[in-house]
Design a protein around this ligand. Structure first.
Ligand code: PXG
Length: 294
């Protein structure tokens, strides 16, 4: 197999040559933004929604992207073509560039650096979808929107990484993150939903949640199937006592949360509505209208 080709700063280079200088502000300070995107069946899933979020994040951190939205769209599609992607995972990143050791970004140094990696997706084993994930509540609170807004998909993921390390140290798969008020926000790389008495709940983004692309798709699919969906706050108590809970994210798609802090959610297996949504979601990902053709 030929070497993976990475788009970096205007050209496609082999992975082994795709390097970022040590002075890049993305590396020194987490100063940059990213998107994790899936390709299904020869199309990039929700590409325009990902680009919209990418552009909003750039605006929020005062980052002038080196290409237009239309050009970035083409970079993503061309990255897939160059690597023969039919089903895969794409990482789109823009760093502030090589700006030196000062905190204030030096505009005279190298400008923002855009790169795009198109490769394979690491999936949970299929039995994880039936058995669900073990989740523990993190001792770390989710970043407050008044400090660094979780809606900005920035390269600074320490809040999430530290919570993830904490979860794995206690042999759980994921960490539940509450905000300063103790309300449920999301997990470290996934949004969260719970189902109680046939009603589907997910936290509103203003609590400190990333507005996930999968979250949006699942809300639309659930409403199409006739389930009421509420984007309203709920507590750890509510989650612990719900009938079913699941996480959503680009990599995981829809995966049940079956054990929370050592206690079963429902009967401790993926629930009926969760599995119905997963089936409907997977059908939707195969439809041409869910993505942009590669
Ligand atoms: N919340 C956070 C904090 C995220 O980073 C999601 C929710 C789900 O959003 P999407 O748009 O993917 O439905 C994310 C997703 C991973 C991984 O390996 C996931 C994300 C970033 C990096 C790695 O699962 N983001």
């Amino acid at each position: 197999m030929s070497e993976q080709l990475v788009y970096l700063d205007g050209e496609f280079v082999p992975m082994s040559e795709a390097k970022i200088p040590v002075l890049d502000h993305g590396l020194l300070y987490g100063d940059g933004i990213f998107e994790g995107i899936r390709a299904y069946n020869g199309a990039v899933f929700k590409l325009d929604e990902h680009l919209k979020r990418f552009l909003s994040a750039a605006k929020a951190i005062h980052l002038t992207l080196p290409l237009t939205s239309e050009e970035i769209r083409e970079v993503v599609l061309e990255s897939c073509r160059k690597n023969n992607i039919v089903d895969g995972y794409i990482r789109l990143v823009c760093t502030r560039g090589a700006d030196g050791l000062g905190l204030y970004p030096n505009a005279k140094a190298h400008g923002p650096r855009l790169f795009c990696i198109a490769g394979q997706v690491a999936l949970y084993p299929e039995e994880a979808y039936r058995n669900g994930l073990k989740v523990v509540t993190s001792s770390l609170r989710r970043n407050k929107a008044t400090i660094v807004d979780p809606q900005i998909k920035s390269l600074n993921y320490l809040n999430n990484i530290l919570a993830s390390i904490e979860a794995h140290r206690s042999e759980a798969d994921e960490a539940l993150m509450l905000n300063e008020e103790g309300l449920v926000t999301e997990c470290t790389g996934d949004n969260i939903f719970m189902i109680k008495d046939g009603v589907i709940w997910t936290p509103p983004v203003y609590l400190g949640t990333l507005d996930g692309i999968t979250r949006q798709a699942v809300i639309a699919i659930a409403r199409d199937l006739g389930y009421p969906v509420k984007e309203e706050p709920f507590t750890h108590f509510n989650l612990l006592n719900c009938d079913e809970a699941f996480l959503t994210g680009t990599a995981a798609e829809i995966i049940a949360l079956t054990v929370l802090d050592g206690q079963n959610i429902g009967d401790g297996y993926a629930g009926e509505i969760t599995m119905k949504l997963l089936t409907a979601f997977r059908e939707y990902t195969k439809k041409p209208e869910s993505g942009v053709k590669i």
